[in-house]
Unconditional design. Structure first.
Lengths: 256, 386
């Protein structure tokens, strides 16, 4: 069972009397592409917020590689290896593309450099800066943004901003990557390109990826396993074909 | 290795220009002073400019780079001025040289102010925006009231600093102040242009995303607050060594706001802007107080306010933007290079899109898009979100 990266046990949260998410049990294996789908308001993003420490679960708990992460702060969870992108893009808009990725690299052990080394410009500062820049360029190359590295993030077109967000999350060196609607607002051509990039990230980094998406073509073409949420509870679970053809799921989406 | 260091941002002319300007000013005034052609009142003005620059640059760290509004900067300066100068006076009974007393008290005053910054920052930085502004404002007022009532600091008469005040016979204080300005600039710019500076600006740009990237937000907020307080404390020590007495009335919230005005006028997040604005405002203040003839002297506050309003309008009114562009150095340079650029190049360069006047040129942008056969992609996701 050691190849299970993320395991949630009865994960749930209620805001006052509203049970936003209840009894979510997920088991995501290493290198798996796992989809989380469901109609609007089903609680998908809330699950992401629970997994990244934005909200603390009121019931249940979750484990990353067997280590319980419940009760940790966002910063701690990120350092333990869960990185995410946001549904409504949250880039550092006034920074260049490469600086966005450099912020993602901030916490890694190989790029340690205490503030006083930087303040006094000791040789260690220049060494880490050069190393960080090299690494950031490598990561940007994966999402085809190397050419754009000196442009401001807010000047990028929408599709590229989405890719940059993925690159920034990747820079934190996660074991589990959470993508919140990565293909939203993309045209079919861009979506296809994104599918290629997501697969490439999975293969090159041995990454486990959990993603929320409304584009069913994207989900069924990419994900090995899917969980469907509705009104905060799990409606169906299984391979993409099984789960999406479940009559309950079709009912939830289209109605009777 | 050395090549890569020399190629790094630190050694670009654009980023060194402020050191060069300050050093040239320092040398020029030092020469004038040694030939005796510098009036004593101008030497005082130079000291004022020096510590104003330190204050403005350090407040810019908090307001411009971290993005938190602090209105208690004069409070930290007050700590440095009272305690630092007090230590200096005590030291002077043992050590003859005023310069050594000043250097030691600079360190002590700065560290104590930093300690206060830590104490205030620890609870206050959980607050945001207006609330933090109110807490820091309250801190500034509390500090000066406490110093007014403590028995060792001269109570309502102020702390008399005659013993350590730099006079004409001593080593010129402005030289020490200017050297400190260079050191402060060096440290602040190095901080801003490092991975730590990136983390700080990331917090300003999007705190939620910064947290999700694993950046320790509390640590960096506190770090910036403490460093800014340290420099404010050092500035306070200089204040205590050029004037007497150190009066609690000077450190009122009015002065905190004045420092904030320097930062805002110079441009938040622009260190060079802070330097220029601090210098200008100090000179304007000096001229209005000392050099206004006769009846005009009664109107000095009115004139000061009018000048400030004028500068703000000039900086921000969209109507005056073309005039500003024409007058600025950047505008001159781009005018010289613009002849070689074709209009299509500018349209295709994303860096210029926000500068293109929308009315006419958005159509052009769209039409060039259509010509190139690009599909128009909407800004917002079409599908509903969760």
């Amino acid at each position: 069972m050691s190849d299970i990266v993320l395991k949630t046990e009865d994960l749930g949260i209620s805001f006052g009397g509203l049970k936003a998410v209840q009894n979510v049990n997920l088991e995501i294996k290493k290198k798996q592409l796992y989809g989380l789908v469901g109609p609007n308001g089903a609680g998908k993003t809330t699950v992401f917020n629970l997994l990244t420490g934005v909200y603390q679960p009121t019931t249940g708990t979750f484990y990353l590689n067997g280590e319980e992460l419940k009760g940790k702060t966002q910063e701690q969870i990120n350092r333990k290896g869960i990185a995410r992108t946001f549904q409504n893009i949250r880039l550092f808009n006034n920074m260049s593309v490469i600086r966005n990725v450099l912020v993602g690299l901030h916490n890694q052990k190989e790029f340690r450099c205490n503030p006083f080394t930087s303040l006094l410009r000791l040789p260690g500062h220049y060494k880490t800066e050069a190393k960080m820049r090299e690494r950031a360029k490598e990561i940007l190359r994966i999402v085809d943004l190397e050419e754009e590295r000196n442009n401001l993030a807010c000047n990028l077109p929408y599709g590229k901003q989405r890719k940059l967000e993925i690159a920034r999350a990747l820079a934190t060196n996660p074991t589990l990557l959470l993508l919140d609607e990565p293909a939203a607002g993309m045209n079919p051509h861009e979506t296809e390109d994104l599918m290629r990039i997501v697969r490439k990230i999975r293969d090159d980094f041995d990454m486990t990826i959990l993603l929320i998406e409304h584009d069913m073509k994207f989900v069924s073409g990419l994900c090995d396993e899917v969980t469907v949420l509705n009104f905060g509870t799990v409606l169906a679970q299984g391979t993409a074909q099984e789960a999406l053809n479940d009559p309950e799921v079709i009912k939830a989406y289209i109605g009777e | 290795m050395i090549k890569s260091i020399l190629k790094s941002d630190d050694f670009k002319l654009k980023n060194c220009i402020n050191y060069i300007v300050v050093i040239i000013a320092l040398v020029a005034f030092a020469v004038m002073q040694s030939t005796g052609s510098l009036k004593a009142s101008y030497m005082n003005l130079l000291v004022q400019i020096g510590y104003s620059v330190i204050l403005a640059v350090s407040l810019n760290l908090v307001v411009g780079f971290l993005g938190e509004l602090s209105l208690g900067h004069a409070g930290f300066m007050c700590v440095g001025a009272y305690i630092g100068t007090f230590i200096s006076i005590q030291l002077h009974t043992v050590i003859e040289s005023k310069v050594i007393c000043l250097l030691i008290s600079m360190l002590c005053g700065g560290l104590l102010a930093a300690f206060f910054g830590f104490l205030v920052g620890l609870p206050a930085l959980r607050l945001k925006g207006d609330y933090l502004a109110i807490v820091t404002l309250a801190f500034g007022e509390i500090v000066r009231t406490v110093f007014k009532n403590l028995p060792w600091f001269g109570k309502a008469m102020g702390l008399s600093t005659n013993a350590v005040k730099f006079t004409k016979k001593d080593f010129p204080l402005f030289i020490i102040v200017f050297i400190t300005v260079i050191v402060v600039l060096f440290l602040v710019q190095n901080l801003v242009r490092s991975k730590h500076g990136r983390a700080i600006t990331a917090i300003r740009d999007n705190e939620i995303a910064a947290k999700a990237m694993g950046i320790n937000v509390t640590y960096y907020k506190l770090f910036v607050f403490v460093i800014a307080a340290f420099f404010a404390g050092v500035a306070g020590v200089f204040y205590g060594h050029y004037t007497t007495p150190v009066m609690y009335t000077f450190f009122s919230y009015n002065y905190s706001i004045e420092i904030l005005v320097m930062v805002v006028l110079g441009g938040m997040g622009s260190i060079n802007g802070s330097i220029i604005a601090a210098t200008l405002i100090t000179i304007i203040n000096y001229v209005l107080q000392k050099e206004l003839p006769g009846d005009l002297a009664a109107l000095k506050f009115l004139i000061y306010a009018l000048i400030l309003i004028g500068i703000v309008i000039f900086n921000n009114a969209p109507v005056l933007a073309p005039l500003k562009e024409k007058l600025s150095i950047k505008g001159l340079i781009s005018k010289l290079t613009a002849k070689n650029r074709k209009p299509e190049d500018i349209l295709n360069d994303p860096a210029h899109w926000d500068k293109i006047p929308t009315k006419i040129s958005m159509d052009e942008v769209l039409s060039t898009d259509i010509q190139q056969g690009n599909e128009y992609t909407p800004d917002k996701p079409v599908k509903g979100g969760n």
